[in-house]
Write a protein that binds this ligand. Structure first.
Ligand code: NAD
Length: 354
């Protein structure tokens, strides 16, 4: 049986990845998660139903704990999703991002190296450390610039992006210096089930269902390349199975959209699925003061993973968005569970809306 140590599996992408590994009965998953605000009790409850799943509450920065886990479970691979992941929160409080994304990843790498170098030769060469990262490390594109490729120089602009860029460099260094078998993936914006509602797509769905303002930063013309989360998770599995050690792979949906276009498409879906006579959800759109240093455009060239590993996204933006809206409609209790007064205060402060 394969043993996977997943970090941050209580969050959005990590939980979707663990659900995907459930499809293979030959895989056991150990989820190490600190349980920050971004993990969700209902998600953890759903994960706990999976056979061969073990949950450990803890920090990737805890050397003793990680050492013990590696000794106890002897994983064949580590997939590192654990991170502080929200750009706005990194602007308000960068230190937590440095602590988890940089120092935490450094600890995970070093502890893994000490474990890995004691393995016997076949286990050593079969071992994998997959680091999940973002396209935001590449900075911002102009309207006519070519999409980010694996050779685009890093130019992070937010504390979040800078902390992820640092962690990517550490992962690279552990491959080149120690031979630790690492791969980094840099993916575009994800959307889908189990995403914390502070991120654009679930935020807009939740606000619209409560007939609250739909906040859009600046002129709404910032462009992101969107990928359905299950397609991202399938790409990670592909990289785990067939990726080349020491390489990086860009992952994206070839689906560039302005934020305004995304919000309008959600409103159209809600007009169809939850119609209110004489009411158009687009009437709730509210432009708010822009995020400081807001990157204008991200776009991903993912030719390499398609050509070399044979991965393809299965969803278009329209099909993935429809599934996502349907999931949030079916799972309103999930959203309501995080819709605390603290969260409402944070939203009000962030966007200047009530
Ligand atoms: P998320 O914020 O939804 O989940 C992060 C999870 O990590 C949470 O469960 C949290 O409790 C856990 N965590 C945080 N700090 C920890 C620590 N010190 N030790 C152990 N666990 C800790 O994030 P996400 O959107 O699922 O992103 C997962 C990874 O994918 C991140 O590394 C992120 O940078 C990357 N990524 C995200 C996107 C996206 O669109 N969401 C796109 C590309 C890459």
């Amino acid at each position: 049986m394969n043993q996977l140590l997943v970090t941050g599996g209580g969050g959005f992408i990590g939980s979707n990845f663990v659900f995907l590994t459930q499809l293979n009965s030959n895989t056991a998953t150990i989820n190490l998660d600190k349980l920050t605000y971004a993990s969700h009790p209902h998600t953890l409850q759903a994960l706990s139903q999976i056979p061969n799943y073990h949950f450990i509450r803890g920090d990737i920065d805890d050397q003793n704990l990680v050492t013990r886990l590696l000794q106890d479970y002897q994983p064949d691979a580590i997939i590192n999703f654990a991170a502080e992941s929200h750009v706005d929160r990194s602007i308000a409080n960068p230190n937590e991002f440095i602590q988890t994304n940089v120092v935490g990843t450094a600890n995970l790498l070093e502890t893994t190296r000490l474990y890995w170098q004691e393995l016997d030769a076949p286990q050593k060469s079969a071992f994998r450390f997959i680091h999940i990262s973002t396209d935001e490390v590449y900075g911002s594109l102009g309207p006519q610039d070519p999409a980010f490729s694996e050779t685009t120089p890093y130019a992070p602009n937010s504390p979040y992006a800078a902390s992820k860029a640092s962690s990517d460099h550490l992962v690279r260094a552990y491959f080149h210096t120690y031979g630790l078998p690492t791969i980094t993936t840099n993916c575009s914006n994800n959307y889908g089930p189990y995403q914390f509602p502070e991120k654009l797509i679930p935020l807009i769905i939740a606000q619209a269902l409560n007939q609250q303002p739909l906040p859009i930063y600046g002129d709404g013309l910032n462009v992101r390349d969107w990928l359905y989360v299950e397609d991202h998770c399938r790409a990670i599995l592909t990289v785990l199975e067939r990726g080349e050690m020491g390489e990086t792979y860009n992952i994206g949906g070839n689906s560039e959209k302005t934020n305004l276009a995304v919000v309008k498409e959600i409103c159209e879906l809600l007009n169809e699925l939850v119609p209110k006579p004489g009411f158009d959800y687009q009437s709730l759109i509210t432009f708010v003061k822009d995020r400081p240093g807001h990157d204008r455009r991200y776009a991903i060239n993912c030719t390499k993973i398609k050509r070399e590993l044979g991965w393809q996204p299965q969803e278009t933006f329209s099909s993935g968005l429809r599934k996502t809206v349907q999931w949030y409609l079916k799972n309103q209790a999930w959203v309501n569970a995080v819709n605390t007064s603290d969260y409402q205060n944070w939203l009000a402060q962030q966007y200047g809306i009530k």
